[in-house]
Each structure stands twice: as structure tokens, then as C-alpha cells.
Design a protein around this ligand. Sequence first.
Ligand code: ATP
Ligand code: MG
Length: 411
Amino acid sequence: MNDILPGEVETWQFLERSARKVFGAYGFAEIRVPVVEKTELFCRSIGETTDIVEKEMYTFNDKSANSLTLRPEGTAPVMRSYIEHKMYAQDPVARLYYMGPMFRYERPQKGRYRQFHQIGAEIIGVEDPRVDAQVLAMLIHYFEEVGIGDVELQVNSLGCAECRPGFRQTLVEFLQERLDSLCEDCRRRYQTNPLRVLDCKATGCKEATAQAPSVLDHLCSGCDDHFSQVQTYLRLLNTPFTINPRMVRGLDYYTKTTFEMVTTRLGSQNAVAAGGRYDGLIADLGGPSLPGIGFAMGLERLVLMKGDDHEPASRADVFLAAMGEMASQKAFVLMSALQRHGLHAEMDFSGKSLKAQMRRAGKLGARFVVIVGEEELARNVAQLKDMDNGNQAEVVFDRLEEELRARVLGA
Ligand code: ATP
Ligand code: MG
């Protein structure tokens, strides 16, 4: 779990601000849900045999012996909230986004932490393949907006309750004949969660499944048609993508379209965003039978990809360098007035020399410095120095506030 310090936090704020801006254009509203939920919510939605539920959740009993869990992902809590507040009664379509911390007890490494942050978006209530294409186009739009390249959109379809069982059975039979080549994990889970074997990073498993049957050859006509329409719309929107029939997701609720934004720049932590359809999830959680689609982006990985190309720390607008008690008092009042007008103004409180105060102004990157000494004070003036061009002029003290507001804000 990491602290995010000033100097790095600017990049986080930029990524969050950009999400609000981009998602806003597509009609999304923000939703904020608690970081803890009943454990049962995650077991029922993510699935009992997934890595997350089997070994990654922070689960504890509260003082009334309720089993609670720190949320490992955002979709299930958002759906819980959607159902609880009967949001479908107000509007048949909901477009919601969230951002915040998630918790998984994983082995920490670069791009993988125990508290990490996601920005996610969900569209509930539309089955139309245009919505899948829209969500994917919005994801690409976001990456362009924040200036992160070297990413590839990979899409797949995992079928539905009608066609997935058939594929699953075919896959189990295929795996059964190659059990000796599979890793211990996969030998254990090939019957409970055979799709995960396709996602295993072990070389033996990769080789053994190179010729595995493809889910795309087993889609029912409804899923097949949906997937081909998604591709048609992606092409119409000039959204580049590749099809990866081996992509499975680590959560059980996905149906039909699934996708990942992958990069070659972060080693094996290569997924920077991931998501898909979950047409059965809301009904499974006790809500109405409504389709949904969404994704989550990992903020830490976005920050890593943004690298040194981050937002510059903000400069101070004005530094007030005062010499002597009276000058310091007047400067303090002026600083406060400037701050109330939204200017970033600072001064020294420890009676430092003028030279030390100028050094401080330089460190803050101040655009203007106001210098007030006893002699200036006696004449009711101050020196106003433009640090960008070095120009210095004497200004009547009572005009300084207006002058600085005009120069900084153009007001
Ligand atoms: P991975 O295959 O990397 O484990 P995942 O399939 O578990 O990812 P999701 O649960 O779909 O990922 O979460 C979506 C995104 O959240 C991921 O693409 C990744 O960017 C980010 N993410 C997931 N787990 C972590 C973590 N432990 N630390 C940092 N980011 C994470
Ligand atoms: Mg994972």
C-alpha cells in the first residue's frame, strides 16, 4: 500500500480530471460507494473459484460478527447500489463512473499493489452492440486525452449462459488429455474454472494450450451476431482493435464482449484496463434482469506509463518579501487579500534575510515578488518584480492588490 505524495499527486489529479471530462461527454454521472461491503456480495458476483475470492480478499468480522470485505473491485458494489436504490425505476438506462481505492491481498510487485486505485465506468440497461463499441471508443478516447500511447485494445467474446457451458465442456476434455503438462494450479482448477487455464502465465500451460479450442468457434448465433456487430461498429468509429480469443477474465460475471487494454511497457503487469459485458449480474444479485457493460482502469499502471511526462508542480503567483515588523504586517494582510481572490500567494514568517526570502521565492517558482522594506513603507510603496523577465517597478502599496490581480488573472 502506497502513500501518494505531492509531486506525484499532480499526475493522479490530471488522470482523474481527464476521466471526468471524457466520461462527461458520453453522459456518465459519478457514483461513490463505500469501500466495505458484505463479503457475500463479492462471492456471489466475482465467483467462488476465482483468484480474487479464493485468496485475495481482505475479509474480517465486525463487532456484530458480520463478515465484511474491503472491495477488491468496483462493479459489484455499484450494482448493489443500483439495485438497492432502484435506479432502474427512475431511468431504464444508467451510465455511472467511479474512482477510488480497491484492495487485494496479492504479491506486491511493480504495477501490482495491495491497495490500488481504479477508475471505472458502467452502462446498465442497453444490450445493443453499439453500446459495446461506444464504451471501447471512449476508452481509446481517454488514452488519447491523457497522452498514453503503446496500448492495444484486445477484444473477445466469452459467450453466454446458452453457449459457454458447451465450450467449457470441450475445453475440459481438451485439458484432460494434457494434464501432465499443466502447472499445479491449473491441474487443480481445470474442472472448476477451465477458462483460467488459457490465461495461465506458466510456460507449460501456455504450450499445452496453444492448440486449445477457441471460444469464438463455440458461440451461439446470438453471441456470434452480437460480436460481429461490435466489430462492425468499432470499424465505423475507426477504433483500432485486435481479436484475442484466448483472453478470459479473472471474474466470473462476464458474458459476451470482453476486452483489455494491454501494453508492452509494464512487463507481465500488461493490462492497464479491462472489462466486459455482464448481462446476468444484476439479476444474480437480486435485481431486475438488465444487461450491463463496463471496465476498470488501474491508476497506478497509468501513472507508471505516464512516466516523467507528468504535470509540472504548480508555481506560486506571488511571493511577498517583507523586511521589518510593520512591513511584514502589511504584507500579511495583502497576501490574505490575494489568496481570497484565488492567487497562490506566500510569504516567510520567520524573519529571514531578504536574500533568503528571494531564494524561497525562487524555489516556489513565484511569477511575481513584492518587496516591502521600512524605507518603501514610509513612502507607502513597494517594489514589484516580474521574475520571468526581471523587470522591477515601484508601485503604490494600495494599488498592489489590483495590479497583481490584473497581471495574474487578467482581471
Ligand atoms: P491482472 O491480470 O493484471 O491481475 P486483473 O485481470 O486482475 O489484472 P481487473 O480485476 O480486471 O484486473 O482490474 C482492472 C485493472 O485494474 C487491471 O487492468 C489493472 O490495471 C488494475 N489492477 C488490478 N489488480 C491490481 C493490483 N493489484 N495493483 C494495481 N493495479 C491492479
Ligand atoms: Mg489479477
